[in-house]
Design a protein around this ligand. Structure first.
Ligand code: HEM
Length: 440
């Protein structure tokens, strides 16, 4: 490894979940690193992470994302894979008979050829053509969600009612959509929400419900591993039901999936359910809340979109860029590669930081500004290349239908308190968004 090394303070800013809770401060660090040392080595001050290269430029993040031959996922897909975590995961998976550095084996932890074969199983299902078959169902859910929100926020005239958009809309709506796809009955949704928050919000004491601030990595891993076990048991039961009574949902595809003439393994199936369940809602929820925050802060933009619904897709796309809910993924280099003056060696670990890439001013003029009319918004929030988000058309559809429903009902909105962000290095976004609004 030869190249610039980040200061300990900057290294902490990149790997400490707390730092992402202060969004502007995190963006300041990325801006400085991008202009001074766009490819920089991050060394963990406590030695718990192997050093990795942080990429903050859009073009570098794009290059690595698209090159799935020279930059692999399998060795270590996220920064969760610290040394303690890896040892713990190996211990648990070895006891299950298939030692691996990852507790879950899912699409994001796999490379070709297995990744290609597994992804192909559901690829068509997630394309716009098939999604049209469930559009009416999602539209209905969007309308119900918007009605519920309006009912909760409408007090007597002059009544100053404050509602939390995250709790009422942004969290439950995408969860409900993804659970319908996976065939999870409504009464089990709270359990699924709890489990994904434990897995992805594992670093935020409010979201993981442990009540313990600043958990040690081993404690976080205990929480995550408990959540994984619960998920696996739950979805094996669901798969058995779908084999007995097949439908047209994703759950049925996974329950009956074959690769090279063999049924897929229980671990692969559980990993698939888990990635769709987990990746499918917290992400969309964060972008949805971000869009609403931007509109609440900018009444003029709100009025423009309300008057011209052709701007809704622009709101959706900009919200996804602006929030970049998936904050990073990692890759491992298969051979020595040059990034300007920096040589990344074979075996080195790299962080594609989507937040930094999507705020690169060389690609997005005035990147911190939320602009529904931004042109050529080719953001990287969904990634690129072989692992590009499987659910991107679904996420866009869900958000468009929801904002159409909300704009039909709401006349004005304003912020009614400080919104708070989750502490997370991986999937992050608002956990509260207090609003006041008028509706007719
Ligand atoms: C705004 C919402 C969303 C964002 C920002 C997002 C972002 C991402 C990103 C960054 C990746 C990794 C890309 C890469 O490594 O190159 C990814 C992968 C994935 N996403 Fe999404 N996602 C969203 C919504 C969804 C939804 C709604 C679903 C499914 C219901 C979904 C399912 C997946 C799956 C299964 C993968 C793994 C794909 C693979 O490795 O082949 N995502 N997503």
């Amino acid at each position: 490894m030869t190249g610039p090394v980040a200061s300990p303070a900057d290294a902490i800013a990149v790997i400490d979940p707390n730092s992402y809770a202060d969004w502007n401060q995190a963006l300041d660090v990325f801006d400085r690193l991008r202009s001074e040392t766009p490819v920089v080595l991050i060394e963990s001050p406590d030695g718990d992470f192997d050093p990795f290269w942080l990429l903050t430029r859009y073009e570098d993040a794009m290059r690595v994302s698209k090159d799935n031959t020279h930059f692999l996922n399998a060795p270590r897909a996220t920064v969760f894979t610290n040394k303690t975590g890896e040892a713990f995961a190996r211990q648990i998976t070895a006891a299950q008979g298939e030692e691996s550095p990852n507790l879950v084996s899912s699409l994001v932890q796999l490379d070709a050829p297995k990744h290609t074969k597994l992804r192909r199983l559901t690829q068509e299902w997630f394309m716009p053509k098939n999604l049209r078959t469930i559009e009416a169902q999602i539209r209905e859910l969007a309308a119900k969600t918007a009605d519920k929100f309006v009912a909760a926020g409408q007090g007597a005239p002059g009544d100053d009612k404050i509602v939390d958009f995250v709790q009422l809309v942004a969290a439950p709506y995408p969860l409900h959509v993804v659970m319908q796809i996976l065939g999870v009955p409504e009464e089990d949704e709270p359990r699924m929400l709890f489990l994904t928050q434990q897995m992805f919000g594992g670093q935020d004491e409010e979201l993981n419900k442990s009540g313990l601030a600043n958990l040690a990595p081993e404690q976080i891993l205990q929480i995550v591993s408990g959540a994984v076990k619960d998920f696996e048991a739950y979805f094996e039961g669901l798969a058995a039901q779908r084999r007995a009574n097949p439908t047209s949902d994703v759950a049925t595809i996974l329950a009956t999936a074959m690769i090279d003439g063999e049924p897929i393994s229980a671990r692969d199936r559980a990993g698939y359910y888990i990635i769709v369940a987990a990746a499918g809602h917290d992400t969309t929820s964060a972008s949805t809340a971000g869009a609403m925050l931007a509109l609440a802060r900018d009444p003029e933009q709100f009025a423009r979109v309300k008057a011209d619904r052709s701007l809704v897709p622009g709101i959706v796309e900009e919200a996804i860029r602006w929030t970049s809910p998936v904050q990073h993924f990692m890759r491992t280099a298969t051979e020595d590669t040059q990034f300007g003056d920096v040589t990344v060696k074979a075996g080195d670990w790299l962080m594609i930081n989507y937040v930094a890439a999507n705020h690169d001013p060389a690609q997005f003029p005035e990147p911190r500004r939320f602009d529904a009319t931004r042109e050529a918004n080719r953001h990287l929030a969904f990634g690129a290349g072989a692992h590009q988000c499987l659910g991107l058309h679904l996420a866009r559809l869900e958000m468009r239908l929801l904002f159409e429903a909300l704009l039909d009902r709401i006349d004005s909105i304003e912020l009614a308190g400080e919104p708070r962000r989750a502490k997370s290095t991986f999937v992050g976004g608002l956990k509260t968004l207090p609003l006041r609004f008028t509706a007719s």
